[in-house]
Design a protein around this ligand. Structure first.
Ligand code: ATP
Ligand code: MG
Length: 397
């Protein structure tokens, strides 16, 4: 095989003793992500994950693209394999990096020598190949401090490799390295972005969606599943737990003072989500709340919803403007689905004058009117759990 990928670990390298665990997690995630593109050998050496195709039929372009969504990778390079010979290194650099050598104004050569039996030191090899490249590309200036292009030569045990500047990877920490969270996924713009952001910080996710059939339609449910599919390139495979929420909402409409309706409903969402979190071993809840966006997202309202929860609630978009959230939604490819016009259960019974500064006492009093333990348990027992596999955009239906 004459081309491989080198994936540079990101923040993982800072993690001291945990580093091994992080590296193993990243390697497993890379393996899983590559599964559909052919057979590869994946191994880690010196803060770099090496990805070698094991058969001619590997889809290298597909794999390269897919790896750009794997968190924990700071930079990535496609490298050309070659014989471990100084002149072959030069010829390979010239042919493989020709376009980059033509486009750059300055360069340097950097060599790494893992194979200590190689007859030159890394400095000698860099100087030799650098000299020949300077002659072959007279427009190129050597700049050892701030070169536009670095030509990397690696002398490894079985092969030599040549590559140019790495391109940015997805960044963040490997999914799963930080434990598991339950994300409350509505059909809106914000919650898929919140999911993406927490996956980037190393959380594996399960999704909870509150579904109020027939007030919300099967299309709305399908839209949420579609959003879940669209974040899987980043989050990895996940499960969407669809919670039947109609009865809770009808009960609230019957007995909850209208201005408190939304906030009472959100307390139910948190209680049930926490039950899900406990059942799947998750340690936090995640929402797409943004401070001041709507009445139920004031500081006071958040405090009142938080107070029914033992687990921390992470709200990664809390300080972001809608425009900033939309930018991320477009980047990760969820925006077009999010704006499809299907109603969410939150919009079905919206109070005319929602209370923006509710207190815990008011809610506790309103909750005297019904047996919320039984309602929560019934909703939890009715959950339908749907497994979602990693779905690349081109595979979508
Ligand atoms: P989104 O944040 O997804 O754009 P939204 O802006 O309509 O939805 P709200 O309805 O106020 O926001 O909900 C705030 C957060 O509560 C959502 O980001 C989501 O995490 C959660 N949420 C709202 N409705 C649901 C639902 N039907 N199922 C699961 N979670 C929900
Ligand atoms: Mg929102």
């Amino acid at each position: 095989m004459n081309e491989i990928f080198l994936l540079k670990l990101g923040e993982i390298v800072l993690k001291g003793l945990n580093r091994h665990r992080f590296e193993e997690r990243l390697q497993a995630n890379v393996n899983r992500r590559l599964h559909k593109f052919g057979r590869f050998r994946v191994y880690t050496r010196q803060s770099t994950v090496y990805v070698e195709p094991l058969e001619e039929s590997c889809d290298m372009d597909g794999a390269w693209k897919a790896l750009h969504t794997v968190f924990g990778i700071a930079g990535m390079s496609r490298a050309k394999a070659c014989a471990k010979d100084k002149d072959v290194f030069f010829e390979t650099a010239k042919s493989y990096l020709h376009e980059q050598l033509m486009a750059a104004k300055s360069f340097k050569v950097e060599s790494k020598r893992a194979d200590k039996s190689f007859p030159m030191t890394s400095i000698q090899l860099s100087q030799y190949v650098g000299g020949l490249l300077s002659e072959a590309y007279p427009h190129l200036k050597v700049d050892v401090h701030n070169p536009e292009l670095v030509v990397y030569l690696e002398v490894r045990d079985f092969n030599g490799y040549v590559h140019g500047n790495p391109t940015p990877g997805a960044g963040g920490l490997p999914v799963g390295a930080g434990g598991k969270g339950v994300c409350l996924l509505s059909g809106g713009i914000d919650s898929p972005v919140a999911a993406y952001m927490m996956a980037k910080r190393g959380l594996a996710l399960e999704m909870v969606h509150f579904f109020s059939y027939p007030y919300t339609s099967m299309e709305a449910r399908e839209k949420v599943l579609q959003l879940a599919r669209e974040v899987t390139p980043y989050t990895g495979r996940l499960t969407v737990h669809i919670v039947p929420f109609t009865k809770v909402q009808e009960e609230l409409r019957r007995s909850c003072p209208e201005p408190l309706f939304t906030i009472a409903m959100r307390r139910f969402m948190m209680r049930i989500s926490q039950m899900v979190a406990e059942s799947v071993g998750a340690g936090c809840l995640i929402t797409g709340e943004s401070l001041g966006q709507v009445a139920s997202q004031t500081m006071e309202a958040m405090m009142v919803t938080q107070s029914v929860c033992k687990l921390p609630i992470f709200r990664p978009v809390v300080g972001m403007d809608k425009e900033e959230i939309i930018q991320i939604a477009r980047k990760i490819g969820t925006f077009d689905t999010s704006i499809l016009p299907y109603e969410d259960c939150c919009t079905v019974f919206t109070p005319r004058h929602p209370k923006t500064r509710p207190t815990v006492e008011e809610l506790v009093e309103a909750e005297q009117n019904y047996d919320f333990d039984a309602l929560c348990q019934e909703a939890f027992d009715g959950i339908e759990s749907i497994a979602i596999r990693i779905t690349d955009p081109e595979q979508e239906r």
